[in-house]
Design a binder for this molecule. Structure first.
Ligand SMILES: NC(=O)c1ccc[n+]([C@@H]2O[C@H](COP(=O)([O-])OP(=O)(O)OC[C@H]3O[C@@H](n4cnc5c(N)ncnc54)[C@H](O)[C@@H]3O)[C@@H](O)[C@H]2O)c1
Ligand SMILES: [Zn+2]
Length: 332
């Protein structure tokens, strides 16, 4: 498609002052007419009206089909920028510049874009692949400790699904990981992206294999929403969801106990939430049926059979609801 005719730069008011300048300078050096939209940070602003702000920016600079959108920020910004790109003049190119660990290892890979609609997360969106994603791990130095740490759960999940060496890497260098050592982070991000890209490449529209990326998320999501989306961050909930899924797998004869122990030890060493609370699990039971991967009265649950070996299996909602509170007890 060649050189873009115009560029709309999108970021948010937390990220732009910290990391916006080099991007602006790079766009200016290309001699491109650039517009700028600054979003209000936060999931609660991942809305149709936030999307309208981006579309307004595109309108104001008369961005045409050969234009480009560039989104700098966390998953909220990149998901919204991607969706604006999918819908503006029926689709323009976009580039993602993720600045959180979660958005580097998860949100920026796979082409799912969108916004929330009332309580329905990511309910309005499109599959629209970016033309490029650039992960500068130095931007992670300014991410909050809680968000950064939580996102490590997604990396552990990714390692379990498809990269045994990545798990070993995390286990051997937990201090460097917590210090956000750039060379280690580059490898962690690259390996995580490779696993997700491989899976998405085989199943872009989530007809089967892509669902394995949901490991730890069925119970994790229920715990996250039982906590009103504030008691636990998404990453923290996924860490707990992983432990729960591994224990459930043990009881169904899928998961070796050593694997659960390994993941549990790693979460402890990384200072991640790892204690499954029976009361919280009980509160989450009623929310299990809200799982997006639900099919009728059953849920497609992802089990780990070993490192790099996951399977999905239909589990009756009634069985899941019965077993979940008991997962607080490692011995069952
Ligand atoms: N498209 C996908 O496949 C996919 C996958 C996973 C998650 N997601 C989406 O990603 C979103 C979550 O992304 P997130 O965890 O990055 O949250 P986020 O985008 O809300 O960012 C978290 C906070 O950190 C700030 N921030 C971002 N980068 C920073 C930096 N380098 N330094 C300081 N502050 C910074 C942001 O302004 C925001 O306040 C959710 O909306 C989720 O639905 C999408
Ligand atoms: Zn997740």
């Amino acid at each position: 498609l060649g050189k873009p005719t115009g560029v709309l730069f999108v970021s948010d008011s937390n990220v732009a002052p910290l990391h916006g300048e080099p991007v602006r300078a790079a766009l200016a050096s290309l001699g491109l007419t650039a517009g700028y939209v600054e979003l209000t940070p936060g999931e609660e602003h991942k809305t149709v009206s936030g999307l309208c702000q981006i579309l307004q920016g595109a309108f104001d600079i008369s961005l045409d089909r050969k234009g480009l959108l560039v989104g700098l920020g966390g998953g909220v910004t990149t998901d919204m920028t991607g969706f604006a790109a999918a819908s503006w003049v029926r689709g323009v190119r976009w580039i993602g510049l993720p600045t959180t660990l979660l958005s580097m290892v998860d949100a920026s890979v796979g082409g799912k874009t969108g916004v929330d609609f009332h309580t329905a997360k990511n309910a309005v969106g499109a599959f629209w692949q970016p033309s490029g994603v650039i992960c500068d791990v130095l931007t992670l130095q300014t991410e909050t400790e809680r968000m950064y740490r939580g996102a490590i759960s997604e990396v552990i999940k990714t390692a379990l699904i498809g990269d045994p060496d990545l798990l070993t890497l995390l286990e051997t260098q937990p201090e460097a990981l917590l210090r956000r050592e750039p060379s280690l982070l580059s490898e962690v991000v690259e390996r995580s992206v490779r696993v997700k890209a491989r899976i998405v490449g085989l199943d872009e529209r989530e007809l089967g294999l892509r669902a394995t990326l949901n490991l730890g998320h069925t119970i994790g999501h229920a715990l996250e929403s039982a906590g009103g989306f504030s008691a636990l961050t998404h990453g923290e909930a996924v860490g707990l969801g992983l432990i729960a899924a591994l224990r459930f797998g043990e009881r169904r004869g899928h998961t070796p106990r050593e694997l659960t122990a390994r993941v549990h030890d790693l979460l402890v060493r990384l200072g991640l939430v790892h204690r499954l609370d029976e009361q919280a699990l009980t509160r989450s039971v009623g929310l299990l049926g809200k799982d997006k991967k639900r099919a009728g009265s059953a849920v497609r649950f992802v089990f780990a059979r070993g490192l790099g070996d996951v399977v999905t299996e239909a589990v009756q909602l009634t069985e899941l609801e019965e077993v979940v509170p008991s997962l607080a007890d490692p011995a069952g």
